[in-house]
Design a protein around this ligand. Sequence first.
Ligand SMILES: CC(C)(COP(=O)(O)OP(=O)(O)OC[C@H]1O[C@@H](n2cnc3c(N)ncnc32)[C@H](O)[C@@H]1OP(=O)(O)O)[C@@H](O)C(=O)NCCC(=O)NCCS
Length: 235
Amino acid sequence: MSDYSDGQRPSVRRFVNRTRRSLVERIRWRVGYYHDLMLPPFPDEGLQQRTVIVRPYTKTDVEGYAEILREKSSAPARLPPITGSMREWHADVLEAVRLHRGPYHLAVVFGSEQAYAGTIILEPLRDPGQSVELTIALHPRAQRQTVGPRAAMMVIRWLLDSGVHRVETRHSPTNSVSCRGSTGIGLPKEGVARAGTPIPNDGVVEWQDTCIHAVVNEAHPRVEESQPAADPATR
Ligand SMILES: CC(C)(COP(=O)(O)OP(=O)(O)OC[C@H]1O[C@@H](n2cnc3c(N)ncnc32)[C@H](O)[C@@H]1OP(=O)(O)O)[C@@H](O)C(=O)NCCC(=O)NCCS
């Protein structure tokens, strides 16, 4: 008699389940089930304003993101972890941008060296739809040089110009830097959602209060013209 109730070894069962899940996902994307999780096509050359560039991740940027995740004090609690190996994570985030599937993970780089400064995550919101949540986290060495607001404004302008209706930022009510920063770039505070955000913590979910800011399309702030990044070959 077999040790396995369905006659399959666990490794075979895992393989079958993984293949089935991946097939179901492909079909769902193909038939438009995830249509509301798609984002506007991100320009291949990135967005640039003077010395700040927002562009898809390169292999070398990924280590910078790992450092932000390790630096708990500078990482918003909901910053997604690197899943699998760094190489797999990088391939996944590039694939998402290529296929216009949210969330986008974009790298912020700055200065003549195009040093990695931090990350911007664009998460499409299903409810109310046509809306995107922007999360930004800079490496401590890149903070306090106005890189954050310049990068965020460029991306927000691109989203609104691409037809997105509403862009939100969310942060802990105790994060006064983010609160002033969001208001300063044209996203007024809308209020605090009580226990509005689930934060996974050691296998338990904690619901934390969340301060919400937003800009809607007809009122987006004017920012300087963004231009294509200087040299895409440096990626
Ligand atoms: C919030 C953040 C994106 C701001 O970007 P930035 O490039 O540092 O912004 P600025 O250089 O314009 O600084 C904005 C203000 O915050 C202050 N500030 C920035 N980093 C700070 C820090 N680590 N500690 C204390 N104050 C800080 C600046 O002095 C400045 O103050 P002012 O408005 O009184 O002049 C960036 O600091 C960051 O990534 N923080 C950690 C992650 C986070 O909180 N993300 C927001 C979640 S959406």
